[in-house]
Every structure is written in structure tokens, then in C-alpha cells.
Design a protein around this ligand. Structure first.
Ligand SMILES: [Ca+2]
Length: 556
């Protein structure tokens, strides 16, 4: 089944060379100047690397004291490290929609995780939606997505994401199928028996995983959801799904080395299930277990509605430490795998003309307030703050540390900017090129936070309109954070996320809600007005449902 991609990639390469000449001719004839300090020699290759569920602060260049991530550190050293990058919604599918479209979730409309097995396929995207891969494919780039996709495989989303039939039908969803098979081989549970509000019925344990003592004990209680598995996998490292993804992306780059190409290396760890094989288990995870510190002691009343907190209650503190240590080991293992691809760019002599971005789709609680995983409804920064490294030796200087608030909406317009492609419609993100090249730019001073909870009672879980959602919109600027929920009939009595106002400077673990504190009334009003302005400016189509004032929802 691999031949089709090889043939197709070859034909694209010819097309790419032609389009490259055309672009050069256009520049020469129009006298148009390329942006930036120096004109790039050629259209850059683009390598987008993302892990899943990796928080900012896990890399040694970001200050992690427990593991040395020498390969990703190299990207920071030879390029730029962003310290303040947020996703807009901490779930897989919505973020992936944002990365490829440059749009906020409320604009690309992939509100919740796609799960075709239970009929969740999102909402039809807005007209004129066009994703990164489509633009680049039309410009002559060879496109290779490898690894987890999770952004739709059929119906409306399949069409919206289609760069061409190969991409939609074979590249991306094919990897999702493989991923599913790999997961299924380890976790023989049946999604069709999914019950209740976010739990999974437990399948029988037949895993090639040796769970840690605390997690084995919790497992034996029969109360854990099936994803909450922490231990040592008995699958050798070179036979893991991720090793195959890395090899495949390397094959793609080798075949297309003359460029231009765009490759996505999409890796699942440190997403659950949390496990690593030897030697990572003994050499990295085990020695760290004693050293892991649980931070935060969130109010149980506020945490109750969150599955990640409930799972954390089923293990003792040692269990939380085991999970945190293995999470670190997963990041370490991913760093080694990513290093193979970076070495390949050097060996092929194409690193200088390859724009590399490394990030993650969203965070994880990593033990904060004794939470396990990401299913927490309180919109903690820990779930939104992600790593973000950029390297492009031909165009940006090395060793930069950048503090401006960047969002994953900015990935797509940045790629377009460097590839010299004009966008056909307005997107919410901004190209980070001026930040990278030290050019003057008016930049945002906040992150927009979004969260949509599907509250439909439709048997197929499909979302028909906005009133099917309980949603929360938030704004944070590093100093304060304001969360504004919009309840609906199904959910207003559940204490999901009440309105919140947090002093991030003095309360970094977000434990004290100042929303009802009269001293902060004026500030809350200001943040409410600013949030509303951001939503108006970004064409939030349900702005009429936005609460009139911060306190209007409270009385419901
Ligand atoms: Ca994810």
C-alpha cells in the first residue's frame, strides 16, 4: 500500500520545481520585495512536530531539572524558544482543527473530539475553510502527514480537510486506523459499551503492560477508566507505534529531499496510557518516582465534576508520583525519537532551509491538585500552556527566547508567510515571523481560552446547534485570568466551571476564585469587556448568547 505515495510524491516534486521557478519569476517581474531581513534562497521545507498532551516546562531548555531533552534543546539553541504559547481548547480534535486552519475553535467549529464510533463528527465547518496542507499542496509542496490525526475522516470534516483525495482518504485517517489498532492491541475494551458521563466500562485486563503497584491496586478496585493505565510496556521501543511513525516520516523526507515538502510528525506520548518500555522504565522513570512533587491542593468542591480529579482520588500519592515520572520518561523517549529526524535533516544537508516548529496540542494536569490526565473542567493554564520551538537557520537567528503570547492559531499563518502564500480568507492567528525576525509588530497581550461541552441528549451525540453546548470563554494575560461560562438548560445546575477570576501572579495554581470578591469587581468588569471585544473582533457567531454582564449567569 505504500507505492501510491511514492509515485505521487515524485510527480509533486516536478510540480514543485516548476512552481518555485514561477514564484521567482513573479518576484523578478513585479519588483516585489520579500518580507524579512534577507530573502530566503528557496521556499522552505516545513517540518511540524507535535507531541500530544505535553505541558510547557517538560523540556530541559524550559527549565526541567529531571530529564535532559538534548534534541529539542538543540532546536531552542539553534532557533527560538517561546515561553508563552497556549492552545485555545485542550482537546485533540479542536486543537488539530486550529493548527491546520489558523482559526479559533468557535470559528472552525470542530468543537469537541471526533469519535466516529459514537457518532461524534463535529459540525460542518464554515464556508471558505482551507487548511495548511491544501494551500501548500496547491503551491507545489509534497505533503506528508504521519502519525495521529484525529481531525475527521469522512463527511464534512473529511471534505474540509482534503488537500486531495490521497491526503483525506489515505494519509491521515490511515494513521488513525493504525493508531486505533495499536491501542486496541493493548487495551481490549469496547467503545460501544461507553456509559454515563465520561466513564468507560472496564474491559478485561489483557495488556502487554506491567502496571506499577499503586495503579495495579487501583485497577483491581474496578473503578478506573481504561485509559488510566500507568506502568511499563513490554513492547520493545523499536516496535512501538511511534517508532513506525518516525521511520515513515524519515522515508517521506528522503524521497522528497529536493523539496519543497511539508511533513507532520505527530506523536502520541505523553498522552495516556502512560507507559514506557525498557530501558526508559528502569533508567528514567523509576529513579524519578521519589523525586516528583505534587503541586496544588485544589478545592474538592471545585474539582468534583472533573474525571481527572476523580481518577487521582483512586490512587495514593505514590501513584501520582509514578504517573508523573512515567510522563517524564515518555517525553524523554519522544525527544530521542525526534532527534533521529533532526539528524536526518543534517545528514541530507537540508536543515538550513527547513522551518521546524515543535509544539504539543495541549497540556495535562501532571498531578497538579492530584489530577491525572486532562479531563478537568476548570480551564487551568496547565492544560493550555504548551512548548513551542522554532528553527529556520536561513532566516532566523539562534538562541532567541520570546515571551509574547502566542497561540496555536498562529502556526498556520506563519507557515503561509514563510512559504510566500497569500491567505484567501481572514484567520484568527497571526504570523509570528515579525517576532522571530525582530521586526516591529502590534501583538496581542492575552490568550483566548475556549471550552465547549457537548450536552446534547441526541442518541448519536451529534451537535446540531450552539445551544447544545455549555461553553466557557476565558481570557488570560499572565497577570489575571477571567473565565465566563454560558450555561444551558442541561447543565446550569452542575457545578462545572463557575465564573472565575484568578490572580495568576499570587495564585499560580489557581486555587482562589476572586470572582465574588468586591475588591475585584471593577477588574472583573474590565476583563469581561475585553473578552467580549475579542469575541466580537473574531466574529463569534453566537455573541448574542454572551452574558450581558459578568454576574448575569450567576442567578440562573
Ligand atoms: Ca491531544
Amino acid at each position: 500500500m505504500m507505492e501510491y505515495s511514492i509515485n505521487r510524491d515524485r510527480s509533486r516534486r516536478k510540480l514543485a520545481a516548476f512552481s518555485c521557478m514561477m514564484a521567482l519569476a513573479l518576484v523578478l517581474f513585479s519588483g516585489q520585495e520579500l518580507k524579512g531581513s534577507t530573502a530566503p534562497e528557496a521556499e522552505p521545507n516545513i517540518l511540524l512536530i507535535w507531541t500530544d498532551q505535553q505541558i510547557f516546562g517538560m523540556l530541559s531548555c524550559e527549565g526541567n531539572q529531571f530529564i535532559e531533552t538534548v534534541n529539542l534543546d538543540r532546536l531552542a539553541k539553534e532557533g527560538a524558544m517561546f515561553q508563552n504559547t497556549f492552545t485555545t481548547l485542550p482537546s485533540c480534535s479542536p486543537t488539530r482543527g486550529t493548527i491546520v486552519s489558523g482559526l479559533y475553535v468557535h470559528n472552525h467549529r470542530l468543537y469537541d473530539n471526533i469519535n466516529p464510533a459514537i457518532g461524534m463528527e463535529g459540525i460542518k465547518p464554515l464556508d471558505g475553510f482551507k487548511m495548511t496542507e491544501q494551500y501548500l499542496s496547491e503551491a507545489g509542496y509534497a505533503i506528508g502527514h504521519r502519525g495521529k490525526w484525529h481531525a475527521g475522516e469522512k463527511a464534512d470534516w473529511g471534505t474540509a480537510f482534503t488537500a486531495d483525495e490521497d491526503f483525506s482518504e489515505k494519509y491521515a485517517p490511515r494513521w488513525d486506523q493504525l493508531h486505533k489498532q495499536a491501542v486496541k492491541a493493548q487495551y481490549p475494551w469496547d467503545r460501544k459499551t461507553r456509559t454515563g458521563t465520561g466513564g468507560y466500562t472496564m474491559g478485561k485486563l489483557d495488556l502487554p503492560i506491567r502496571q506499577t503497584p499503586s495503579w495495579q491496586k487501583a485497577f483491581d478496585s474496578g473503578k478506573l477508566p481504561t485509559w488510566a493505565v500507568v506502568g511499563e510496556t513490554l513492547i520493545p521501543a523499536d516496535m512501538l507505534m511511534e517508532a513506525g511513525v518516525v521511520e515513515s516520516v524519515m522515508d517521506f523526507i528522503e524521497i522528497n529531499k529536493e523539496g519543497p515538502w511539508m511533513a507532520t510528525l505527530s506523536l502520541s506520548p505523553p498522552h495516556d496510557p502512560w507507559n514506557v518500555p525498557e530501558p526508559y522504565y528502569s533508567e528514567i522513570a523509576k529513579p524519578l518516582m521519589d523525586k516528583m512533587q505534587i503541586i496544588g491542593n485544589g478545592d474538592p468542591q471545585q474539582q468534583k465534576s472533573s474525571l481527572s480529579w476523580r481518577v487521582g482520588q483512586l490512587v495514593d500519592d505514590r501513584g501520582i508520583q509514578e504517573y508523573m515520572a512515567i510522563y517524564h520518561a515518555q517525553v524523554y523517549m519522544m525527544d530521542e525519537m525526534i532527534g533521529r529526524v533532526l539528524d536526518q535533516l543534517d545528514a541530507l544537508g537540508i536543515a538550513d532551509n527547513t522551518l521546524v516548529i515543535f509544539t504539543s496540542d495541549h497540556g495535562d494536569m501532571v498531578g497538579m491538585h492530584r489530577n491525572v490526565g486532562k479531563i478537568n473542567n476548570n480551564l487551568y493554564n496547565r492544560l493550555y500552556h504548551v512548548p513551542f520551538l522554532v528553527r529556520y537557520p536561513n532566516q532566523i537567528s539562534a538562541g532567541q527566547v520570546i515571551d509574547e503570547p502566542v497561540m496555536l492559531t498562529d502556526v498556520m499563518p506563519t507557515f503561509m508567510d514563510y512559504a510566500g502564500i497569500e491567505l484567501e480568507r481572514k484567520v484568527d492567528g497571526m504570523s509570528i515571523r515579525p517576532l522571530l525576525e525582530n521586526e516591529p509588530v502590534e501583538w496581542r497581550d492575552y490568550h483566548l481560552l475556549e471550552k465547549f461541552m457537548n450536552t446534547t441528549r441526541n442518541p448519536d451525540h451529534s451537535v446540531k446547534n450552539m445551544s447544545d453546548f455549555y461553553w466557557v470563554m476565558g481570557l488570560e494575560d499572565g497577570r489575571f485570568k477571567y473565565l465566563c461560562p454560558r450555561f444551558n438548560d442541561n447543565w446550569h445546575n452542575k457545578k462545572y466551571c463557575p465564573p472565575r477570576f484568578i490572580d495568576l501572579k499570587n495564585d499560580p495554581f489557581e486555587e482562589n476564585n476572586l470572582f465574588e470578591d468586591s475588591d475585584y469587581r471593577k477588574l472583573v468588569e474590565q476583563y469581561h469587556a475585553k473578552l467580549q471585544q475579542v469575541l466580537v473582533e473574531s466574529d463569534f457567531e453566537f455573541i448574542d448568547q454572551f452574558p450581558e454582564d459578568p454576574w448575569s449567569e450567576r442567578s440562573k
